[in-house]
Design a protein around this ligand. Structure first.
Ligand code: UD1
Length: 311
């Protein structure tokens, strides 16, 4: 069994990753500063004997080094981040601090603390609106936000450390992740989290445009499993992989799926398309299968049922 340090453990993806690792018998040291994470997400983790929590900011001087020295983990899963694309546009300096400098600090803490492996939360945002679908890892990187640019820069920083210092670095390019604990608070939150809240409240959802736009929606439980594999399976080589399903789903079919659970819901309202919206997005999942042995298993129908059940 391994001991994993998870940064951003109180976040949406972090808390599911910790829960899954603990259930599999691994030990987890989790760190979070609760900037966007929530203590409530850790309710299950706190009940497990293999869980240790440190409230800290990964960019505070010496903080990561101290956490690494105390835990002596087998891997770091670095999920702490500024997670909102919109916030990266409003505050590029903070985006740099939390999405670039923090990644460098993780790479350095791993090198200096002798941690052999780092798993990094990258994003499909590095591809921007590259139209060559499905998006393969070698596709042109055309980030259209400071957020996407920072994720791309972080991949380069971490892989540079991997090559120079012999760490194993796995960059996980998540597509549109959805599931329980995703925060629906902002109009720019993940669309499925917004829709779930509105269907549950009996309010109409707003579809920006005709609803035929597509995304590659992946359940957070599949993403957590991809993180656990990348952190714990022995003998992996460094590299990047899309964490996606390879399935393209329209917003209209997401609405249909919700209607099966909320048949009395009012019909969606169609608003103007969102500025800068991408018409279609889907990833090629083969590289994750080849490099990690990972394949998404949860269908949209199962994922939405899971979200409605909560947990
Ligand atoms: C992602 C980012 C978003 C960013 C955008 C552009 C996430 C969760 N979102 O958006 O912050 O601005 O890239 O870089 O990372 N939609 C509706 N109704 C709603 C909400 C959304 O119709 O109430 C539509 C959107 O217009 C879009 C689709 O749903 O067409 C998916 O939206 P979203 O979940 O924000 O994902 P991305 O568009 O991939």
């Amino acid at each position: 069994m391994a001991h994993i340090l998870v940064t951003g453990v109180a976040g949406f993806i972090g808390s599911h990753t910790a829960d899954l690792m603990l259930a599999a018998g691994h030990r987890v040291t989790g760190v979070d500063n609760f900037r966007t994470g929530h203590r409530a997400n850790l309710e299950n983790a706190f009940a497990q004997p293999g869980f240790v929590f440190r409230e800290m900011d990964v960019t505070a001087p010496g903080a990561l080094r101290e956490a690494v020295d105390a835990a002596r983990p087998d891997a770091i899963v670095h999920l702490a981040a500024l997670v909102s694309v919109q916030e990266s546009i409003a505050n590029p300096e903070l985006n740099y601090e939390l999405n670039v400098r923090a990644s460098h600090l993780v790479a350095e803490a791993a090198r200096q603390g002798g941690v052999p492996r780092v798993v990094f939360a990258s994003s499909a945002a590095i591809y921007g609106d590259n139209p060559e679908l499905p998006l393969r890892e070698q596709a042109d990187k055309q980030p259209i936000s400071p957020y996407g640019a920072a994720k791309l820069a972080s991949e380069a920083l971490l892989l540079g450390h991997a090559a120079a210092f012999g760490l194993t670095v796995r960059c996980q390019r998540y597509f549109n992740v959805f599931g329980p604990r995703q925060d629906p608070a902002s109009p720019y939150s993940g669309v499925i989290s917004i829709f779930e809240r509105r269907y549950r409240a009996g309010q109409p959802v707003t579809i920006h445009g005709d609803g035929r736009q597509t995304r590659d929606f992946i359940s957070v439980r599949d993403v957590a499993r991809a993180n656990m594999i990348a952190a714990t399976v022995p003998g992996l080589a460094s590299g990047v992989a899309n964490i996606c399903t390879g399935r393209e789903t329209t917003l209209l079919s997401i609405c249909e799926e919700f209607r099966r659970h909320f048949p009395a819901a009012p019909p969606p309202i169609h608003g103007a398309p969102r500025t800068g919206d991408i018409a279609r997005s889907v990833g090629a999942p083969e590289q994750a299968t080849a490099a990690l042995g990972f394949q998404a298993e949860i269908s949209i129908a199962e994922g939405i049922a899971d979200l409605i059940r909560g947990g």
